[in-house]
Design a protein around this ligand. Structure first.
Ligand code: EPZ
Length: 450
């Protein structure tokens, strides 16, 4: 167990983080394609689970210890936001154990600059409101993949009795007598709204029922942790979640689930570049739709759910074109759509990729085309006509998953690909170059001037 000294200088740490983000923003990745990938890659903790688990620390005055924490720009950023609210954060650089103690908050205000940079910061609203009866959090605004409103989050909190005032770009929330249990029927599936409502309702008076809830594995992970903290949640992972409110929650220790999107990304990298890669510590059971799509594409995938390993092999065989449709879990995840498009750009035939979750998530298509991919975007669909080979080129991306799709294409392309704006990658992929070069990829991080 780690000791738990007080973190004294959250402001200073924040500016150091901003400096290193600027520095990373100037870096690029240089990839010389054509090397097959052979070896083992261990999968890190899931970013999208870690961020919500970290927000859960605000629900209790006792320490929450998270293990298997991914060291990413996003998780580090949220730890700094929590520190600025008064949470004692103990997370030495490079460590995968993080301790958060929200015994006394010094503020319940999350400002624009922090929420704008990372949307998941918005999730601090519900826990602070549930525990303290008030919170003010900036609206996150849109982002590169779509408008991404938070109306469902707000409706759920209102149903639990919160008074909300949306003014000057902020949500000012109050529940003087505490939140109360409610029946919330989501008009469509939202991962973030389901998680936010679940977090807030743990401390509400009475029972909350969330219907048409998201079924993503990260929601079950969050419920597991909250239940260890003393919450009474059943049904997480199904479309109906029931939460019986309790008066207080306690601290606990919880291991963040493995990252299914990171695992799926490396599976597609191995499929695109060819070779034989074993992913260890992979959340195999959470990857059904991706495993099925790779199998249809003619990639050999051996999944061991018990041992949590996924072996991907492709040695010379052609890739078949496969159509996919992104859907909420257990459908094909939107967070793997860009990576699958990179793979399909090398398939034999034409595949149709339909994006149903976000309205603007094809920004990687024109960049993949710079490498020679033949992609035509028609509204929600991208028509990908497979080509025999891609050729390296300088590219840049607008978001995390789009960036990594360019890395996959670069690994399979002939010659050098330079991926710019890699601060996106640092938000969600831990030690990406190290993991790929460990399997024989020729990939290097260079300063912009190199
Ligand atoms: C989460 O975003 C993930 N982010 C996303 O991962 C992921 O793509 C997405 O779920 C879908 O799986 C985190 O967990 C931090 P949603 P979230 O609410 O919760 C609309 C990545 O690359 N909507 O399920 O924001 C929304 O605009 C990221 O790691 C509303 O209209 O996704 C979208 O079209 C990107 N009103 C759809 O619902 C709302 O109040 C689904 O969004 C909420 C959402």
């Amino acid at each position: 167990m780690l000791p738990f000294p007080r973190l004294l200088l959250p402001q200073l740490r924040l500016s150091m983080a901003v400096l290193s983000a600027i520095q990373a923003g100037m870096d690029r990745l240089s990839i010389t394609g054509g090397c097959k990938l052979n070896g083992e890659i261990s999968i890190s903790g899931a970013k999208n689970s870690a961020l919500k688990l970290m927000a859960a620390s605000l629900l209790t005055g006792e320490p929450l210890t998270l293990t298997n924490m991914p060291n990413l720009a996003d998780t580090r950023f949220l730890s700094q936001l929590l520190a600025s609210l008064g949470v004692e954060v103990y997370w030495p650089k490079g460590h995968s154990e993080c301790r958060l103690n929200a015994e006394t908050l010094t503020s319940t205000i999350a400002p624009y600059d922090q929420v704008r940079k990372m949307r998941a910061s918005f999730n601090v609203l519900g826990p602070m409101l549930a525990r303290y009866g008030h919170a003010t959090v900036s609206l996150p605004g849109g982002c590169a993949i779509g408008a991404r409103p938070v109306d469902l989050h707000l409706k759920a909190l209102e149903a639990m009795g919160a008074d909300l005032l949306v003014e000057g770009g902020y949500v000012k929330a109050a529940a003087i007598h505490g939140l109360k249990g409610a029946r919330v029927v989501f008009p469509f599936v939202s991962v973030g709204a389901t998680e936010h409502a679940m977090l807030a309702s743990t401390l509400a008076k009475g029972t909350t029922v969330l219907e048409n809830a998201a079924r993503e594995p990260e929601i079950a992970d969050l419920a597991d942790c909250l239940n260890k903290m003393g919450a009474k949640i059943t049904g997480a992972g199904s479309d109906t979640i029931r939460i019986e409110g309790v008066e207080t929650l306690n601290g606990t220790e919880h291991a963040v689930m493995a990252d299914r999107i990171e695992a799926g990304t490396y599976a597609m990298a191995a499929a695109a570049a060819g070779g034989d890669v074993t992913l260890t510590g992979a959340p195999v059971a959470a990857l059904g739709a991706m495993i099925a799509a790779l199998g249809e594409a003619g990639v050999e995938v051996d999944a061991d759910e018990v041992g949590a390993t996924l072996r991907i092999q492709r040695n010379g065989s052609a890739l078949k074109a496969v159509n996919i449709n992104t859907q909420p879990h257990p459908g094909f995840p939107t967070d793997l759509q860009a990576q699958f498009m990179a793979l399909m750009s090398l398939a034999d035939g034409t595949s149709i990729i339909r994006e149903n979750i976000f309205e603007n998530r094809f920004m990687h298509a024109p960049e993949l085309s710079r490498l020679g991919a033949k992609i035509e975007v028609r509204g929600k669909e991208a028509v990908v006509r497979g080509v025999k080979a891609l050729k390296g080129a300088p590219v840049m991306a607008t978001d995390l998953r789009a960036s990594v799709s360019l890395v996959i294409a670069g690994l399979a392309a002939e010659g050098e690909t330079s991926v710019n704006r890699i601060y996106h990658l640092d938000r969600g992929f831990e030690r990406l170059e190290e993991k790929l070069s460990g399997c024989g990829a020729d990939i290097r991080r260079l300063a912009d001037s190199e």
